[in-house]
Design a protein around this ligand. Sequence first.
Ligand code: ADP
Ligand code: MG
Ligand code: ZN
Length: 644
Amino acid sequence: MDNKKKRSPLKSPLLIFLVISVAATVLLNVIMLSMQTSRGQEISYSNFLKMLNEEKIDEVILSREQLTIYEKFDGEIEFKSNDAAALMSILGIDTDSVLENARKSSRNVYYTGYIADSRLLEMLDEKGVQYSTPIQRNNPILDFFLTWILPLGIIYLLFFLLTRSMSKKMGGGGIMGIGQSSAKMYNVENATGITFADVAGQEEAKESLREIVDYLHNPSKYQAIGAKQPKGALLVGPPGTGKTLLAKAVAGEAKVPFFSLSGSEFVEMFVGVGASRVRDLFKQANAKAPCIIFIDEIDAIGKSRDNQISSNDEREQTLNQLLSEMDGFDSSKGLVILAATNRPEVLDKALLRPGRFDRRIIVEKPDLKGREDILKVHIKNVKTDTDINLHEMALATSGAAGADLANMVNEAALRAVRCNRKTVTQEDLMEAVEIIIAGKEKKDRILSEKEKRIVAFHEVGHAIATAVQKHTQPVHKITIVPRTMGSLGYTMQVPEEEEHYLMTKDEIVDQITVFLAGRATEELVFNVKTTGAANDIEHATELARSMITQYGMSDKFGMAGLESIQNKYLDGRSVSNCSEETKTDIDKEIVGLLKNCYEKATDILKKNRGALDEISEFLINKETITGDQFMEIFSRVKEEKNDD
Ligand code: ADP
Ligand code: MG
Ligand code: ZN
């Protein structure tokens, strides 16, 4: 940013500061002056002369502006009791001087203005009055410094501290920078250096964006027909799926400057700041067109203006400014606005209407192939063994977003370094998957022997319920090494092929049974209930509730939609759409369903008690068991039983 801009807003606060400090200094001096003169009672000079003639005056102190007059004290002063005097003389205090001081401080005090009266000293001598003048110790430079420079300095210091703390709070220019857009507010990258090749998967999103790139390359082709480029596109999807990355890739592909900023940076302490930032951003971008403006997390400013308990003037103004700028600019210049959000449902409708962010590009979590591709992109950055199998890793990471996968590859590389290896192995990769999904392995959290047994049986219980039922995914691995994210043990299920998008009612019921099998084992084998099942219970209840309220899978309510999902791309909390009575019925229904599943789980475990015991002992000894080892023991025990 040029210097001219920076200086101008400085001017007015500096002026205010100067006025305030001068006023304060003058005030301070006036107060100090009035304090100096306020002792005693004012009399006229002629009165003073009258008192002098009547020999009523004991002492006079002459100073530049005034005479301070002490009247003679004509009373008796003595100690109230003789004891006090005696005590003083014992202590070695001169009682006479004490009395003398008391007498002096009891004199009446008057003052009067100083008149250049040449006879004054003579008259005072004649009447035998003591006179003196206070010594002017302070030199004029010190005087000037104390009364003028010091207060100015103090005020300046206060002002400085105040503005600094304020600017910290506002994260930006401070008081000095109100209304000024500071250069740091947004990043300008002339070349992002990222292309579509860096974004794996997301083919549909890329396809939509390619058109924008093409337009930026070759606007005349579109203008010849009379086609107008959409002004803005909204990238919508869960966190970490590569929205920011895609926006950068568009700029990189089109080889145009990339203005990026985050929605939250607009919203400031002072009303009007955000709006002025929007104005400035568009001005700068217009000068550099063709270019791309990217507003990340636009929901911070674009929140719907209605349905708000407390209105936020600042955000509203900023949003209005954004809307009017979007209407105002000429898209034929090649200015394209991209925005990203993971909460499209909260956005103001005005933002989404034609001519603004009319194009919506969905950036979903990657599927199996997408995950494998993303892993391929990120694995290029690390040195690997020759025999790594990314397909296996992709299978194990269902539900992970691009950012998670990038994180896993990095975690695997870190693990390889910890193990003093030069390359990343498949084992590193699979371990990293578990670290990200289930929390880090923690070696120093030691389970007691009894706890270890319970955890082992609990986990094997899950696994047996999985193995016995038809509609479940096979067990990949069981471990009872505690992990930092809270789970004491861990049963990892991995689909044989791509995860499917539809779940049948049978599958859900089986899955609930698997969740409940952990606690069922605890009760069956040890006759205890532990807190270890809390997570299982949560998941099972959630599934059961969704089955009844969202998937229309209960006999009682049929296809009625009793809940709907908010924030689809975030946590996906559900809101209830039904009456209180129905809610009570739903709860009863859930309890009934869970009870049935629990009984089913107990039943399965009783029938497979042999396998449960044997596999649990194996797990207690080895702490980890693979899916293959599990199935081997499981089928062997089953066969032995059938042979009997
Ligand atoms: P979002 O903006 O959607 O929250 P980001 O674009 O910031 O997510 O993605 C974070 C990181 O995740 C990226 O820097 C990149 O390393 C990785 N990533 C996400 N999606 C992909 C993808 N499709 N291909 C390659 N890397 C990806
Ligand atoms: Mg982002
Ligand atoms: Zn469990």
